[in-house]
Design a binder for this molecule. Sequence first.
Ligand code: ADP
Ligand code: NI
Length: 224
Amino acid sequence: MHTITEILKQIEDYVKEKLQDDTSGHDWFHIERVRKLAITISEKEQANRFICEAAALLHDVIDDKIVDDEEQAVIGVEELLNELGVAKSDCIHIIEIITTMSFKGGSQHGMSTIEGKVVQDADRIDALGAIGIARTFMYAGAKGHPMHDPKIPPRLKTMSKEEYRNGKSTAMNHFYEKLLKLKSRINTETALQIAEERHTVIEQFVEDFLEEWQGDGSNEKLTH
Ligand code: ADP
Ligand code: NI
């Protein structure tokens, strides 16, 4: 028998190992932040903490950014949870959450359980605020996208997963294509409070960025 703490530690080790080889900028620190946010939100929303924590830890290891074969990755997670003696119903629940929560171009999967809502909210919050801005530019840099190009318009229609992942865009467009929409998609009241502040941060950033892009400083309060 494993205790919940032991199970979570084993899951943590599994995730760390899987993310080790990742070159897409998907780091363990993101997972750690999502885990913490999920715990905070789950407590306020009275969700099952174990399910939220396990799903937060595992949410990126089955993603197509990390693995070539998503189905195989899901089987790997199932095997791990089985070996750790996680109840079948919990295992199904965790897998259901991690396979349905991703954004990937805007396809809207409503999360069917409070735990799913919590983990999806936690992941979305980490895409907002100062961290969200930093992650956006890291991602764009890694993909070789420009930070901004007024000639490339944002792709505002719902995109297929392939378009979303592989289409050329810019870091600034990502704010319009995804980040500024996230607040309206937050599931829980607790997460909304956090998301609202971080939404304001990115909104202000976009405004400042575009103003500075003009380069003439005309809208800035110049003090002599
Ligand atoms: P996650 O499920 O962890 O949010 P994503 O791969 O969707 O993973 O995103 C990783 C980070 O990169 C997020 O902060 C996201 O906002 C950002 N990102 C995703 N796609 C783009 C893009 N096309 N341009 C810039 N940033 C992006
Ligand atoms: Ni994530």
